[in-house]
Design a protein around this ligand. Structure first.
Ligand code: DON
Length: 554
């Protein structure tokens, strides 16, 4: 029986406002996260005297426990930071790296053809995790609290347990086959042979022990010693290629964010190895050249779609890990180039892409959270295991579920990944290389204030962030910005995908009339988590995508 049905995002915003009630008006911190227990962990870190960066460590670690299907110690991600005291901004890149013995041949059969699912399932699909290193780094370099204090709520959630929410229960049920595929995974995720059920108290003692090792030892608590030995041994035993030196050698990187000036706003977002920044820059620069290119009617939307088509085309052609390959980033993100690309756009006709492309094979999940603390420090972080429950492989008794980020590399030109994305040699597999990502944590600053945002959604992340930026710039109420109906075009497949609600038949008819193949998706996508700070009132609000509502039923 359903005794309590709580709409967590609302509760969350409420919870976050209360404890800061004594602070000066407008100075309340705000945290938007996809799970209320993770936001609560961040609030705890702030209450203990931590800043937004400590809170980010607490939120990310808690998400690893309460959303084990979307991010975790076995994965990676990007943390975009803004320090209020001096305006310093950086992206902490905790993206996974390919192991030293990784090569394309691991994923091909004897005829040289891709083995279906090889980049997605099991330990060969897993790249070397970056999230644990990023948490230690963030805490040490930018935080005020000891790492153990920031990790404490997550350790408590793993050790003492938490009540399984509807999303965890449904996701686990849906992916039960994956959770049964490996013995250690089944041991970690099934109780009495069953996946987690809503309302049940869910404990993860082995994950708690690994989090404790990280809290006690720091970086080497994961990348060295017993945990690292267990990770390598279990991966090798199950046919993977990780070596101790891959873990020993893992380092986060600090990257200079991409900055985009657009019609009076400044957008700060993710540089390579995320494709987000350069792709957003190109799309915005194209739109800059086209009067009326706003997502307010089918005529404006057509221009947005054509900008996306061109920007995603260049993503596939040119982008990869800039530490390994030369990328014409300055040119791709320049205003001149955007204006040049805009010239090929016909206001009445869709420009056909080069080929039909492959239909994305799967949906997936990842997580994003946004924070502004009382001092105005900001974090936008998008973290992932790639698809739901990553590779489905839990390493030994560490409780760590490994990612399947190797699928974000391009096996060969013309072979699409799970999101239907194609790529070039720039994104080929190489030892130590980071696979190209679409994760796009972002800040938007204009005369209205500051919007901190991001979302999961694989290849659709970039189009979602673009639509949110354009919607916000129309003066729309921030609550509506995260809720607005979404469409997506990624060059290949040559198809305009739209959410099932929010587009009138006339809109679809106009788009079809211009030559777009419109496909109405079976369900909505994304889970945008944003914080808005009003420049005039100083007020901050957490904005939770209604698509991501979590319900507890117990
Ligand atoms: O880095 C990337 O672009 C992907 N691995 C992110 C995966 C994702 O957002 C899945 N969400 N639906």
């Amino acid at each position: 029986m359903i005794r309590t049905v709580r709409h967590f995002p609302l509760v969350l915003a409420f919870l976050l406002v209360l404890p800061a009630g004594l602070a000066r008006a407008g100075q309340d911190p705000a945290i938007a996260a996809s799970h209320p227990l993770a936001a609560e962990a961040g609030r705890e870190a702030l209450a203990k005297g931590g800043n937004a960066f400590d809170a980010a460590v607490a939120v990310a670690a808690a998400l690893a426990v309460v959303e084990p299907y979307s991010s975790g110690l076995g994965g990676g991600g990007f943390f975009l930071l803004h320090r209020a005291s001096d305006g310093f901004e950086v992206m902490v890149d905790g993206r996974e790296t390919a192991p030293g013995r990784a090569s394309v041949s691991l994923y091909l059969d004897s005829k040289g053809e891709p083995v279906p699912g090889a980049t997605l399932n099991g330990p060969k699909a897993a790249a070397i995790p970056g999230t644990p290193a990023a948490l230690v780094y963030l805490s040490r370099k930018y935080g005020k609290l000891p790492l153990a204090v920031s990790l404490d709520p997550a350790i408590g959630l793993a050790r003492e347990g938490f009540r399984v929410d509807s999303r965890l229960a449904e996701t686990a049920r849906h992916h039960e086959g994956k959770l049964r595929a490996y013995y250690e995974t089944a041991r970690a995720f099934l109780r009495g042979g069953l996946p987690p059920r809503a309302g049940e108290l869910w404990r993860q003692p082995e994950l708690a022990a690994t989090l404790e090792a990280l809290a006690k030892v720091g970086h080497d608590g994961f990348y060295g010693g017993e945990v690292a030995a267990k990770l390598v041994e279990s991966v090798q035993k199950a046919g993977g290629v990780w070596e101790a030196k891959d873990l020993e050698g893992y380092r986060v990187k600090e990257r200079r964010p991409v900055k985009i000036a657009h019609r009076g706003a400044l957008i700060t977002t993710a540089p390579l190895p995320s494709s987000g920044g350069l792709t957003l820059a190109q799309a915005l620069n194209i739109l800059d050249a086209l009067p009326g290119s706003c997502p307010v009617d089918a005529e404006g939307d057509h221009l947005v779609v054509e900008a996306l088509r061109r920007a995603y085309e260049d993503r596939a052609r040119f982008l990869g890990d800039a530490d390994f390959v030369a990328i014409p980033g300055a040119r791709l993100s320049s205003r001149e180039y955007g204006h040049e690309r805009a010239r090929s756009i016909d206001r009445d006709r869709a420009t056909p892409s080069r080929g039909p492309g492959e239909t994305p094979k799967a949906g997936a999940q990842t997580t994003h959270f946004s924070i502004i603390d009382a001092d105005g420090n900001r974090v936008a972080a998008t973290l992932t295991l790639n698809t739901f429950f990553g590779s489905g492989f839990v390493a030994g008794d560490t409780g760590v579920l490994l990612n399947n980020e190797m699928d974000d590399f391009t096996l060969r030109p013309g072979v699409a990944n799970v999101y239907g994305l194609e790529g070039s040699a720039a994104n080929a597999i190489g030892p130590g290389k980071r696979p190209l990502s679409s994760m796009s944590p972002a800040f938007v600053e204009d005369q209205r204030g500051v919007l901190v945002l991001g979302t999961p959604g694989g290849s659709r992340i970039i189009s979602m962030v673009l639509l949110a930026i354009l919607e916000y710039r129309q003066g729309t109420d921030p609550e509506q910005v995260v809720a607005r109906p979404r469409y997506h075009h990624q060059y290949l497949p040559d198809r305009l995908e739209v959410e099932p609600e929010g587009f009138a038949p006339e809109w679809t008819a106009t788009m079809r009339g211009k030559g777009h193949e419109v496909r109405v998706a079976p369900r909505k996508w994304g889970n945008m988590q944003a914080v808005f700070q009003d420049k005039h009132t100083g007020k901050r609000v957490a904005l939770n995508d209604p698509r991501g509502a979590v319900y507890t039923r117990y």
